[in-house]
Design a protein around this ligand. Sequence first.
Ligand code: GDD
Ligand code: MG
Length: 363
Amino acid sequence: MESSLPDLEAILLVGGQGTRLRPLTLGTPKPLLPTAGVPFLAHQLARARSFGVRRIVFATSYKASMFEPVFGDGAALGLELVYMTEEEPLGTGGAIRNAAQGLTAGPADPVLVLNGDILSGHDIGDQVRRHVAREAAVTLHLTEVDDPTRFGCVPTDDEDRVTAFLEKTPTPVTNRINAGCYVFTRSVIDTIPAGEVVSVERQTFPGLIASGELVLGYPDRTYWLDVGTPAAFVRGSRDLVLGRLASPALPGPAGEFLTLPGARVSAEAKVTGGTAVGARAVVEAGASVAGSVLGDDCVIGEGASVTDSVVGRGAHVRSGTVLRDAVIGDRAVVGPGNELLAGSRVWPGVELPECAVRFSSDV
Ligand code: GDD
Ligand code: MG
């Protein structure tokens, strides 16, 4: 059972450029990319609400003006949403300090802070209660990954006190990492310098630890994913469609695939593995699509094979083309008989002619 708290406030960090997700993020910020049929953040917002979060301050920077038209004042989601924009990106700490101007919480109240690119199944309510019970300055959700070098490495002692914070270290001392969901005591946010570029990972957390403040870990092994790379983004969408992570925002029942209104999937096509088919998208006869994200108005031609890939809005993948671990930008056209594998990316609007790219001769 998920447990809730009364009227919790949160700051959502959504100002990053999402460079690893280019070209998808050239036109749309990462937190708004269509994921299992809705903007990515819809899943995070619905989950936060289920744990008692009622008011959220968006810390925006990159493509800041695109958020409010999507989520408005939040009333439709049962939330109150406020938008605070940095004129220049202030880093994670500077963004939190800037967004705090939009909080109503008092100095001793807990405030939730969320990275805007995380899918997590952990019990936020329990994390907040642990923070309050231990009277911590900050409580960090921690998870374990195989390769901690890409994350914040966070060793703890026997009582879950964080003993160091090592952001993206080539020499990690544990597989336990910062999972990007914090509970701050409000007064601690107010100690971050205002109007400056500050990294919580490289400055605030190490500083608090050095000055003897209680930085607490909340270790947890439930579902967790940072969707910051194309492979992870596709996996996140797929896991939501399949129901591996339950989301109140999923626009339909969990299952092998999800179709949005107006999508047309031929009876002779095979769509499986948690694929999301965008609005008015077309999947023609003989095509097979597995574990992929198909944007609105895209077309997958006859006999094409699309696996673990993202096809942008209005893009065309012509007959017989094979995509695997590929990203096709909005409105791009991949001519017939191409084969795009392992990390291939086609920029928006680009047109590849017939058989222009192949990685092997046996297809
Ligand atoms: N407003 C604002 N301004 N937001 C920002 C800025 C900024 O200048 N810079 C980054 N963000 C937001 C991003 O949009 C994202 O939601 C969050 O802060 C984290 O940035 P990422 O760029 O996704 O960082 P990361 O994934 O490399 O590393 C972070 O997350 C890992 C977990 O996924 C760190 O917090 C690591 O310690 C952590 O392990
Ligand atoms: Mg990230």
